[in-house]
Design a protein around this ligand. Structure first.
Ligand code: AHN
Ligand code: ZN
Length: 337
């Protein structure tokens, strides 16, 4: 009886078995197909350890305070790295006067990738270090310069790693990597005068006014500021949303797609007077700022080490560098002519 039943059911069993096989085969074929798969994001090959090494190389010079030997040496190193990665490199030397009437010798360092492409995107970060750790809990440190591992070096490290990746696989568009000088010589909490936006971002103001007069255009600019701090979280900074909503969405959506939705939080942040403000208002290029916003923190919404002696390499989280770098690289590789 049992055997008889089996035999009667045999055609059915064979049919089911054949169906399972064909389904399996079908799934396999779909996985190996390159053209018809729905777009699962292809992760660009950003190397967080390499970015971290570029951050450390900068802090190893010591604080890159304008006018110091460490500043000059680091400028030469940055230009050399960009050249080494195949970017057309331009160093823009200039003098600028600070809020406290100090005249500084400065350098904006620019590396152009695909220099002949008419469609261009800017990625930028300030590379100078603040001369005073005037947000340190210890007032004795307020006149000591900061290492600026996060505040300065982090964004530059991410951009250098992107430039290195572009040498291995070029983007479809032109990319201008810009290391901006003299961002951070602004007045601190003890300053008694009026706080003006123009006291910050001196290198960017110079670049926006002088450098690219002759018909220079860019589709948009992305500023990286403090993109390696432990516990970072990036809300959408208000000037960025006001001037460049589409670019904010593009970057935050890319972050979410890659699985970094808890880092790139689609929430409103605060107004930050930063380099992107002058790219928007002087150069007229839509510019966003990827900058941390931690409103619960007592001493600084930029993170606990901001303008303190703790802004050193020991407080850098290479996973944050990696997430930001991968997200930005993904955006740039997907940018079409
Ligand atoms: C102000 O504190 C007004 N702006 C912050 C700009 C900045 C300083 N970014 C890094 N360091
Ligand atoms: Zn700063």
């Amino acid at each position: 009886m049992e055997t008889e039943q089996m035999i009667r059911k045999l055609p059915f069993i064979v049919a089911v078995w054949a169906l399972l096989l064909s389904c399996g085969g079908g799934r396999k074929a779909a996985v190996s197909s390159t053209s018809q798969e729905p777009a699962a994001p292809a992760r660009p090959a950003f190397n967080a350890d390499s970015a971290f090494a570029f951050v450390k190389a900068q802090t190893d010079f010591g604080p890159r305070v304008p006018g110091t030997p460490a500043h000059r040496a680091c400028a030469a190193w940055l230009a050399e790295k960009l050249k080494q990665f195949g970017a057309e490199t331009v160093v823009q030397s200039f003098q600028t006067t600070t809020f406290d009437n100090t005249v500084l010798d400065c350098r904006n360092i620019i590396g152009r990738i695909n220099p002949d492409s008419p469609v261009r995107v800017i990625i930028c970060s300030h590379w100078d270090s603040r001369p005073w750790a005037d947000n340190d809990p210890d007032p004795g440190k307020h006149k000591t310069p900061v290492d600026g591992a996060n505040d300065g070096a982090s964004g530059v490290g991410v951009i250098l790693e992107i430039a290195r990746q572009f040498q291995l696989k070029a983007p479809q568009i032109g990319v201008d990597c810009i290391f901006l000088d003299a961002e951070d010589w602004g007045p601190g909490p003890d300053f008694k005068g009026r706080h003006l936006s123009e006291y910050w971002g001196l290198g960017t103001q110079y670049w926006a006014r002088n450098a690219f007069k002759a018909g220079y255009k860019a589709r948009y600019a992305v500023l990286l500021d403090m993109v390696g701090g432990q516990g970072a979280r990036f809300s959408q900074e208000t000037y960025s949303v006001m001037y460049a909503r589409n670019t904010v969405d593009k970057v935050w959506n890319a972050g979410a797609q890659l699985g970094y939705g808890s880092l790139f939080v689609p929430e409103n942040g605060a107004f930050v007077t930063d380099d992107h403000y002058f790219i928007n208002t002087i150069a007229g290029i839509p510019a966003i700022d990827i900058v941390p916003y931690l409103p619960g923190l007592e001493d600084s919404s930029f993170g606990p080490t901001w303008h303190t002696s703790q802004d050193d390499i020991a407080h850098i989280d290479r996973r944050i560098l990696g997430a930001v770098g991968e997200t930005l690289l993904y955006v740039l590789y997907n940018e079409k002519q």
